[in-house]
Design a protein around this ligand. Sequence first.
Ligand SMILES: C[C@@H](SC(=N)N)c1ccc(Cl)cc1
Ligand SMILES: C[C@@H](SC(=N)N)c1ccc(Cl)cc1
Length: 422
Amino acid sequence: MVSFTDLFLTSLLAAAGLGSVLPPRIGTTKDPKIGRLSLQQVRNPRAHKAFNGARATYRTFLKYGVPAPDYLKKAIAHIDEEQEEAYARIKRDTGSAAAIPINEVDIAYVTPVTVGTPPQTLMLDLDTGSSDLWVFSSLTPSSQIRGQEIYTPTKSSTSQLLNGHTWSIRYGDGSSSRGTVFTDNFTIGGLEVKSQAVQTAQEVSSSFTQEQSLDGLVGLGFSTLNTVRPSSQLTFFDNARPNLDEEVFTADLKYHATGTYDFGFIDSKKHNGTITYTPVQPSPGYWTHSLSGYSVGSGAFQSSQISGISDTGTTLLYLPTAIVTAYYRQVQGAQNSQYYGGYVFPCASTLPTFTFGIEGARFTIPASYINYTRISPTSTTCYGGLQSSSGLGINIFGDVALKAAFVVFSGTNPPRIGFAPK
Ligand SMILES: C[C@@H](SC(=N)N)c1ccc(Cl)cc1
Ligand SMILES: C[C@@H](SC(=N)N)c1ccc(Cl)cc1
């Protein structure tokens, strides 16, 4: 005989989704004639909210038509409230991943990411100078693939074609790519975005084909620059942002070494001293801000507002011609060569450092970063890491500058960018 108390307690616990902790009286019987029935209890997949005991008890009162005491209704309310506050405080998402130079002169940095289910790993160039996330794919003609890893959407159980959407992009250096779009799970350094727009290349230009260790780009510019049509798509950072502990990502790029990109937190172990922030102009979609001036070697600091973009996807530092000529005037044998397409100098020449200002702070780029590369492996002529921006129409604080600092890209409102010594 099942007592009322058993029934009450069992139903109370059942209502709570906790299942019965009583001996399994219900559903089994000792009488062999009736046969044996056993019920498999499963967790309620929709029970994603925390358990609220008062609510469970309240439901039981309702179930048996017993008026619930007032204190119970109040209890339900303040348990819910405390749970909401607890969820609000929980540390949410962060991510951390390597920034690996793809050749011996740091022409670009790639970061391991995973796409799809099961995860497909690709090495992508995290690029704050653009806002398309695109990958070499099973849709890229094999004639345009030379060693790159590809994303195959049909092998991913979570991929979905974004019907009727296409994209096409041309970068400042003349390289380009275009294709179609899927959404899929996308992870960088343990930080996952479900349903990220992943742009699958159907055509890439030769400079991408030749870059064997680069499987695509992750645009970390503002989503306004995204080229997907008819509806533009959000960047990985914009998708991840609501779950991030802090609305930031940081770049700790290194000279001839592997650095890191962090998402959602600022790692104080990666920089020395304070971070100096300066406002970012988010239109048209680059991380556009000003330098407060510059100096060459031990020369006096020249204060002047120099507007440009902090761009992890561009290799070198491009500044106004007046600044660049002032720099190379200090370099024996330097010349602005039409033939080599920029400032070159004898590799044996001694180069000065270059210092740029962020508000009141000063960041010095070592001479070695500006002695960028030999024109060819056997040449004694070297190409500079500081070049004139006059042909570009925009000043670009590329990797040569960024690797001299710890950089915080802050997606707060208003957006800002921070630089710290390291
Ligand atoms: C923003 C970069 S391209 C990139 N980082 N995806 C750029 C723009 C314009 C010129 Cl002229 C050269 C480079
Ligand atoms: C980010 C873009 S444009 C640029 N060079 N800043 C790019 C183009 C070609 C390669 Cl191989 C790698 C990166």
